[in-house]
Unconditional design. Structure first.
Length: 201
């Protein structure tokens, strides 16, 4: 907390040289990188590192609607109602194409575009494209995905393991197995997508 206070003071002294006296949002990333958005209406936005050194000033034609703190060298920003990702030099690493950005858990977040859902990592890289009606992240990093009313399963890299053919797909694997259902009959699949107990019961 002391280092954060020193960094904040250093930053405020630094931007005073620009003649700016009205400050907006101040936030800290998980890797102690600081993000400072100056002016409550975001008409000017500055980003700084953990020592209060200014990394860059907002260089885009339109001002950010919202900014997230940097994490591992990247930050998510909202521009004209769409979410994208910038690096510490202000380069747009991931174009602002997402309508919604969920909370990050274990370095991944659910995103939505044109009412379809997918998943990105903390670097803004798309792991799962926005083609699904629903998506859930398993504790092992894999995905439960839905198309229409049917569920399927993707591995942690977004590769399809089980196509969307089940009416029911359990929310977790227990000892390598997950319960699945089809036509009111239930069985089990393993993490390889093999139906080890067919949906006959």
């Amino acid at each position: 907390m002391k280092n954060l206070a020193i960094s904040l003071m250093s930053f405020l002294l630094a931007i005073d040289s620009f003649g700016i006296s009205k400050y907006g949002d101040v936030s800290e990333g998980v890797d102690s990188t600081l993000v400072f958005a100056v002016n409550t209406d975001y008409t000017i936005a500055y980003f700084a590192d953990s020592e209060g050194k200014i990394l860059f000033k907002n260089q885009f034609p339109d001002y950010f609607d919202e900014v997230h703190a940097f994490s591992h060298g990247y930050a998510f920003v909202k521009l004209n109602g769409k979410w994208g990702c910038i690096d510490t030099e202000g380069n747009m690493w991931c174009p602002p194409t997402y309508d919604k950005l969920g909370e990050f858990e274990n370095g991944r977040a659910i995103v939505e575009s044109n009412k379809k859902k997918g998943c990105v990592n903390i670097y803004g890289m798309e792991i799962v494209p926005c083609v699904y009606d629903d998506i859930r992240i398993f504790s092992n990093g894999a995905f439960k995905v839905k198309r229409g009313s049917l569920w399927g399963y993707l591995d942690s890299h977004g590769k399809q393991v089980v196509p969307c053919i089940y009416d029911y797909f359990d929310s977790s694997f227990n000892e390598g197995l997950a319960a699945v259902g089809r036509n009111d009959k239930y069985g089990y699949v393993n993490e390889k997508g093999e139906e080890v107990i067919p949906c006959l019961y």
